[in-house]
Design a protein around this ligand. Structure first.
Ligand SMILES: NC(=O)c1ccc[n+]([C@@H]2O[C@H](COP(=O)([O-])OP(=O)(O)OC[C@H]3O[C@@H](n4cnc5c(N)ncnc54)[C@H](OP(=O)(O)O)[C@@H]3O)[C@@H](O)[C@H]2O)c1
Length: 246
């Protein structure tokens, strides 16, 4: 059996997920990265392997229940223990509340909330097994939520609601499983410089956005903490006169 610690990073092909996967692979984790499009996913996996990482790619659409189930099975074939589950796959679109189409809400609920819920359910035995094997650290779920899940932003009602639910999911998981050594933490950033914030660049310059590595640094720190530290939610915002905004 694989004796490295194992991490699964959804949304690991690009952006925040990729940044976290890079750090974990460099730290010696066996890393499974998952994303929808197979070509960029395989390119990222190949780059991380070329840098010395033990990295495996899984292509699947987190909006599809069968793909989420298949990802859980793939992960369990790699290792029956899972030290870290990073839920970074996420989608969001802006639009006025009054006319916002329900199908766009449904899609965000599927990717941002339903898939994390199911994936955690399926991988809980592996997270518990990792916690049992590592008495001091336990295992952790880290969900990349959003500051919009904490403080509402104009035109992001659907996205913000899914992220508020994801923060709640992390709290519930810690309440249910923390005593067994499985804690969950939401990280809730404002605008991070990735493809997802391309539409904001006209208003907020890229160099004023939070960096991918700021989020990755928090994940690495959380992994170094003991199971006795429950951290429900970490909000990352940009400096300025108004802190509670994206
Ligand atoms: N960037 C920000 O300002 C910001 C702020 C707060 C929170 N967040 C959250 O942080 C997370 C990562 O965001 P990011 O900025 O890194 O986004 P990104 O650069 O757009 O990357 C998104 C990642 O998620 C994957 N993904 C998207 N939809 C998927 C689906 N249906 N099934 C499987 N994989 C899917 C993408 O893979 P494919 O390309 O193959 O679809 C990609 O790997 C998201 O949950 C986002 O909501 C971002």
């Amino acid at each position: 059996m694989n004796d490295r610690a194992t991490a699964l990073v959804t949304g690991g092909s690009r952006g925040i997920g990729r940044g976290i996967a890079e750090r974990l692979a460099a730290a010696g984790y066996t890393v499974v990265i998952a994303a929808r499009k197979s070509q960029p996913l395989e390119e990222t996996a190949a780059q991380l392997r070329a840098a010395g990482g033990d990295v495996h790619g899984f292509a699947g659409d987190m909006a599809q229940e069968s793909d989420v189930e298949a990802l859980a099975r793939f992960q369990l074939e790699i290792s029956p223990r899972l030290e870290l589950l990073v839920l970074a796959a996420g989608v969001g679109t802006a639009g006025p509340f009054a006319e916002y189409p329900l199908r766009r809400l449904d899609f965000q609920v599927a990717v941002n909330l339903r898939a994390p819920f199911l994936l955690v359910q399926r991988l809980l035995p592996a997270l518990r097994a990792a916690a049992d094997a590592q008495r001091s650290r336990g295992a952790r779920v880290v969900a990349i939520a959003s500051i919009t899940g904490v403080a509402a932003e104009p035109d992001l009602a659907a996205y913000g609601a899914t992220k508020a639910a994801l923060i709640s999911l992390c709290e519930s998981l810690t309440v249910s499983e923390g005593k067994r050594g499985v804690n969950a933490t939401a990280i809730s950033p404002g605008y991070v410089d990735t493809d997802m914030t391309e539409w904001v660049r006209g208003r907020i310059p890229r160099d004023e956005m939070i960096k991918v590595d700021d989020v990755a640094e928090l994940v690495m720190g959380l992994r170094r903490m003991s199971r006795y530290a429950a951290v429900p939610n970490i909000v990352l915002t940009r400096p300025g006169v108004q802190l509670w905004r994206a």
